[in-house]
Write a protein that binds this ligand. Structure first.
Ligand SMILES: N[C@@H](CCC(=O)N[C@@H](CS)C(=O)NCC(=O)O)C(=O)O
Length: 207
């Protein structure tokens, strides 16, 4: 029995980023599915783990953590002795943080929101989220000119945090057709040793 527990939903990109880093770092974890449709994230037991009632939540012995990016920082700081995934160098660490902020901001309000409408029926402004997505993705496309990874010359948690919602953007009717650099970056992430995919949904994939 593993000491690490990940409470997640299979279609949650926030959960996937944690699962991906656990896998890449070779950390054994019990994966516990939280039934969002049945409101299991709002019951008293779960709210004691995360009062905001959201997945993912990670338990590691006595520690209980929520917020996907905070969990990435915890895992990379605690378990990656090489510090490749979260560099200690001040400039590199700042670059990683910049892309964690994008993952929590522009990605959440762009491609993640557009996908929420199609996959979970969320009552959000779909076209607005699609427009936000393309404004953001155009900048990422330009940023990736001549670069392999988002934050530094090596892959870091910046790539892990941004991957799922960008790779699955077509599920929200955000086409990646015109972003060759982004598609190449997605392939690089998917080629990482111990990569685990997020479950795809049928919606938007024909777009
Ligand atoms: N900032 C949080 C966002 C997590 C989040 O939005 N989780 C969604 C699933 S992807 C959730 O639990 N939604 C249910 C709810 O908000 O009621 C993180 O990075 O972990």
């Amino acid at each position: 029995m593993s000491t690490i527990k990940l409470y997640r939903h299979a279609l949650s990109g926030h959960s996937h980023r944690v699962q991906l880093l656990l896998s890449i770092l070779g950390l054994d974890a019990d994966i516990i599915d939280v039934d969002l449709a049945q409101g299991a994230h709002k019951n008293e037991t779960f709210l004691q783990k995360n009062r905001f009632g959201q997945v993912p939540v990670l338990e590691d012995n006595e520690a209980t953590l929520s917020d996907s990016n905070a969990i990435l920082i915890y895992l990379a700081s605690k378990y990656d002795a090489t510090r490749q995934w979260l560099p200690e160098d001040a400039l590199a660490a700042a670059e990683v943080q910049r892309f964690l902020s994008f993952a929590a901001g522009k990605v959440a309000y762009g491609p993640a929101a557009a996908r929420l409408v199609n996959v979970f029926g969320a009552g959000l402004d779909h076209q607005g989220a699609i427009d936000e997505s393309h404004a953001f993705l155009s900048n990422i496309e330009a940023h990736l000119n001549g670069r392999e990874w988002l934050a530094t010359d090596k892959t870091t948690i910046a790539d892990i945090a941004n991957y799922a919602y960008i790779a699955h953007a077509p599920e929200g009717d955000v086409s990646l057709e015109t972003y060759p650099n982004i598609r190449a970056w997605i392939e690089r992430v998917e080629g990482l040793p111990h990569f685990v995919p997020m479950q795809a949904t049928a919606v938007g994939l024909a777009a």
